[in-house]
Design a protein around this ligand. Structure first.
Ligand code: GLN
Length: 480
């Protein structure tokens, strides 16, 4: 029976001939079939993945060395371009669209011999927090099928949660990797803005978007980050900081850090009391282990969500204007009067409700007469948030906070009232507004039986401290 315990262990098993890549791929294909009711995958590349596995097995037999991602079975979110494969952003607008090129980050993984097993369901155009906004229907949380897996990268999260792949890629514009990781009890990393090239990632809000990684083992996530964060001439926003080096994760494993928690977050009325208490307990434990742990204020807290939704909908309305149904995308079958009517029909039929809501909101905040009051103002708030976070990071290495105010909720609970769903993004969107790397680490179980995580933020470019600290916490085991 194949069992997965991290890339290093898998590679050891491969070199000792205790398993092979074909066995691994067959194991996952079998599990994907057995868990099809979860609706995590949009497309499974069964034959292709098996072919690649056989080729890798043959190359090892012939004595070739293993590359860094040799045989690692990875699932993609349906917003990451892979040449010759369907790419739809879970939208009717792109139904049947096949990508003509491969995203740079994915290309880096493939060059290191990763095996791509399929692409995963998500909220349409990555807009949502529950995976209920997908053209393909909702994804079910594997722990409790009546609850959402979180969103927007819900399919990718469940693919890791239910053991349908080794690692999965998502995208995180406002929490879409961390929040589903929190709801599913796995690790979700959003790297610093610009760490990984966005070339080939379907744009939602370009100054926020970042490819993120789901997994169960910090060393796996560190390695995938190292590989994907290579240079790219196609993305001018990719950061020029020194490349991330996964090997440095293992130096000085018992370092002590300066850790802040935010009083305004811990006492926020939206935060579940049990979640708040669990994080306070963790802070107390960290302090007793010799870390410096202090509370600090964050008075701008209630401006975070409005700033995020004004700015991201503005960017989305611009990014999504390309979907006119002319060169690609949904085309109406109805009779139309003229070109404008043709665009209108294509977009009205192609986009779902939430996407339309955001396009309208984005156009509103950008329209003349409202630009200064909304868009401009939100940009100024973004600057203030960045200043405040920078001040905190002048004194601390890390900030710990909840990932989400509550655990995975039941289907339908959030979809009736979009505003309540937006407000629940309060703790994750901050890192996207400011560009910091952030991670959700699965540390806790709620009395309602659902898992939840601790979110940790670090300085821009300092994924190393973030992952070192996460590794320390996970090695200690679950506190509750
Ligand atoms: N829930 C957030 C939103 O709907 C986050 C989405 C994301 O990170 N892609 O905007």
């Amino acid at each position: 029976m194949f069992s997965y315990n991290g890339i290093a262990d898998y590679h050891t098993q491969l070199s000792r001939k205790q398993t092979n890549c074909s066995e691994a791929v067959n194991h996952y294909l079998e599990r994907i079939r057995a868990h099809s009711h979860l609706n995590a995958f949009v497309d499974v590349y069964a034959n292709e993945a098996l072919e690649k596995a056989r080729a890798l097995d043959a190359s090892r037999e012939a004595g070739a060395p293993m590359k860094k991602m040799h045989g690692v079975v990875i699932a993609l979110k349906d917003v990451i371009a892979y040449e010759g494969h369907k790419l739809t952003a879970a939208s009717n607008m792109l139904h049947g669209y096949v990508s003509s090129y491969t995203a740079t980050a994915l290309d880096y993984l493939i060059r290191e011999d990763a095996i791509i097993i399929g692409n995963c369901n998500c909220d349409e155009f990555a807009m949502g927090s529950s995976n209920e906004n997908s053209f393909y229907g909702p994804v079910l949380n594997a722990i409790d099928n009546e609850r959402v897996p979180g969103g927007s990268s819900g399919g990718s999260a469940v693919a890791v949660q239910a053991g349908l792949c080794m690692l999965a890629l998502g995208s995180d514009t406002g929490g879409s990797v961390r929040q589903p990781a929190d709801f599913c009890g796995i690790i979700g990393l959003k790297p610093s803005y610009g760490r990984i090239s966005r070339y080939g990632l379907i744009a939602y809000a370009s100054s926020f978007d970042q490819i993120g990684i789901f997994g169960r083992h910090i060393p796996d996530i560190a390695l995938a980050l190292e590989i994907m964060s290579g240079p790219d001439g196609y993305d001018s926003t990719r950061m020029q900081a020194a490349a991330f080096d996964a090997a440095s994760l293992y130096t000085q494993s018992n370092e002590h850090f300066k850790i802040a928690y935010l009083n305004d977050v811990m006492d926020h009325p939206s935060l579940d009391k049990e979640i708040s208490q669990a994080i306070k307990n963790t802070c107390a434990n960290l302090a007793s282990e010799g870390h410096t742990v202090e509370g600090t204020g964050f008075p701008l807290i209630d401006y975070i969500v409005p700033a995020y939704y004004v700015l991201t909908t503005a960017e989305a309305s611009s990014n999504l204007s390309r979907y006119d149904g002319i060169r690609y995308g949904h085309q109406t079958k109805e009779p139309v009067r003229d070109l404008t009517d043709f665009y209108r029909m294509n977009r009205s039929e192609g986009f779902g409700r939430e996407v339309k809501r955001r396009i309208m909101l984005g156009n509103f905040v950008l329209s003349s007469g409202y630009y200064d009051a909304y868009f401009q103002k939100a940009q100024q708030v973004r600057r203030l948030l960045l200043d405040q976070i920078t001040l905190i990071f002048n004194q601390f290495d890390l900030i710990v906070l909840p990932t989400s105010p509550e655990t995975a909720f039941r289907f339908g609970a959030g979809s009736k009232d979009p505003i309540s769903l937006y407000l629940a993004d309060i703790f994750t969107v901050l890192a996207n507004l400011t560009g910091n790397p952030a991670i959700s680490i699965p540390l806790y179980t709620h009395s309602n039986g659902m898992p939840f995580g601790l979110q940790v933020m670090a300085k821009p470019g300092d994924e190393l401290t973030l992952l070192k600290f996460s590794n320390q916490l996970l090695q200690k085991g679950s506190p509750t």
